[in-house]
Ligand binder design. Sequence first.
Ligand code: GLY
Ligand code: MN
Length: 460
Amino acid sequence: MFTKETYQKRRDLLKKQVNSGILLFLGNDECGMNYTDNTYHYRQDSTFLYFFGSDYAGLNAIIDIDENREIIFGDELTIDHIVWMGTQPTIKEKSAAVGINETAPAADLKSYLEKAVKQNRTIHYLPPYRPEHQIKLFDLLQVHPNIAAKNASVKFINAVVNQRNYKSTEEIIQIEDAVNITADMHLAAMKMAKPGMKESEIAAAVQEIAIGAGGQLSFPVIATINGQTLHNHYHGNTLKSGDMMLIDCGAENGMHYAGDMSSTFPVNKTFTQRQREIYQIALNSHEAAIAELRPGVKFKDVHLKAARTIAEGMKDMGFMKGDLDEAVQQGAHALFFQCGLGHMMGMDVHDMENLGEVYVGYNGEAKSTQFGLKSLRLGRELEPGFVLTIEPGIYFIPELIDMWKAEKRFTDFINYDKVEEYKDFGGLRNEEDFLITENGARLLGKPIPKTIEEVEAQRS
Ligand code: GLY
Ligand code: MN
């Protein structure tokens, strides 16, 4: 945990920003996997962690701004809990560690809120992302699950986003720690992969590194020879000579900060000529994007620059044709680059996606609905303190190619005969994490092999 002053300062700023009412923070509970006592890996809610630090199930909290009270609600462990799961600090101790003196039994939260409702006071809550949050909101405030997200407090969301988007020095140290573990995961995968191995063996090895470093995964591992599927969690294939392996994985360190990197390398020691050519286009796009990173630049424009660089490479190879400004503006490049260039990263790998991309990544502006751009999670003007990923890729998705071709989509810009020749190519991407600084951007963590020469050197 950080010192209690960190949490106190965060809550003080939040109180100033929201100004009145009661802020309700729902902590996460344990969740049974197949029966109650066999639980999924426990993960506290990130906003709860950010303001209350406490990494334990069964807690909720309020900040009553009008009455200047901060209360953590929870019950002490029973002897049965202690026998089964071990002991924990008391609620008072958990609260004191983050500068909170007032605690109450879990059941008192409902009566506190009922009294406030009777007094017509405003109770701010965040959008629920777990069924347990929906049930709590229904129980505490009689908000039906169908309307709970819609009725969440935009003022509260914006106040949280306006703090969590700007990473402090002590947070950046934690993120960089997570990214360094993430780099080790990729280096291990690059070293071990060989023909005949199963994807699952590589997925297991990278997970071992994350857990061995004292944390967890920041999201389920992608370790696949079918990189054309953007989020492919299937690990049943055997690596063959001539395949490319795409790894997208990250560590969450012990302080619950995320790393997120992707690498693509040949299962053989060297890339084939086809693989080299496409890899180089994605790498050019990656470097072009990095060169744009600085305060004041809109990330949407960085994304479009990366898209334009891919389109140029694809035109040089004969996949695309015509006016590339027009092609990118209309979204024709999205046949090969269907996703966003990157996203915010912090305690969540897609930071605060539960609060809404429009608030986190667009500062309240509407997102594009165009195929490709609609998947861009971050579009706003960059500011110092933002931490984000850069992850352009090139993907040949047979079903998408068939669909666009049948619909005669973008025939002015796409040469479908050439695309057909690469329908079995697969997909590739590299991904790195950056901090926006006062003058530009800084790569977080230790670099991993990225150029063709660096990757092949790592494989030999
Ligand atoms: N690297 C995982 C993701 O961005 O979704
Ligand atoms: Mn990512």
